[in-house]
Design a protein. Sequence first.
Length: 294
Amino acid sequence: MLVALLDIVIPVFAVVACGALYGRWRPGGDLHFVNQANIELFTPALVFSALVKYPLALGHYLPLLLAGCVLILLPGLLLRVLPLPGLSWQARVVPAMFRNTGNLGIPLMLLAFGEQQLGAIVMLFVLSNLLHFSVGLAILSSGQSRWVWLKNPMPWAALAGLLVANLHIPLPGFVLTTASMLGQLSVPIMLFALGIRLLEGGIEDIRLALLANLAYLLVGALSLMLVWWLLPLQPEWLPLLLVSVALPPAVLNYVLCEKYQCQPKEVASIVLGGNALSLLVIPLAVWLALHLPR
């Protein structure tokens, strides 16, 4: 089991480390173009091809989507009333709500639980992405950017994939092959870019980073126990949700907080601290997820 666990965790962190080492060897490169292509092309292609290849009956997956909503929104509500010294409520709730489901979550869960779970993994990612660019931006911008999610290609790719799969719309083989090839680029680019991004910053307030991330893990665990108890979840979904709440805060939280001037330095420390802490938390979470009763 230890070898299986290492086979899951080490490749993920190895690609992140390669990104960090390359960023140190070739500093000053412009990552914006690559990240933009990943957000606007490669990842939507992954979402579309995964949902076509592994069709989801939405009625069957509604409890999973509801659980995903609770695991995102409830930690924000709990952290809204739980003070963390030195942080505004916006700066403390947004990193608690939105975890690194893209760069880290997709490849990690794919390795841990197999390609047959890719459809469910992608739906959790799309849900998080949709809420990040709607609820998250509304929080950070005081309600001024609530409709910006309409410009995000991810939900539209998900909608297209669901329609093609559930309505049995025939597509030429070359369309699906092209989408699949583009989608296969997204995961390694996510991890590689994460390594470069993490190398660019530093943890200025270690105490705040540790305190915030421990609080995030606590409210995530409480939220998970609640959905586990209340919702009719399939046994194969529980490992996905467990790993989801153990993921570190998304790097995108720092980018958005910088854009809206919501304590970006403090949020950067929290994000970097969470990713450092994940070296301990992620292997434990994956081990627990693999040992859950099925």
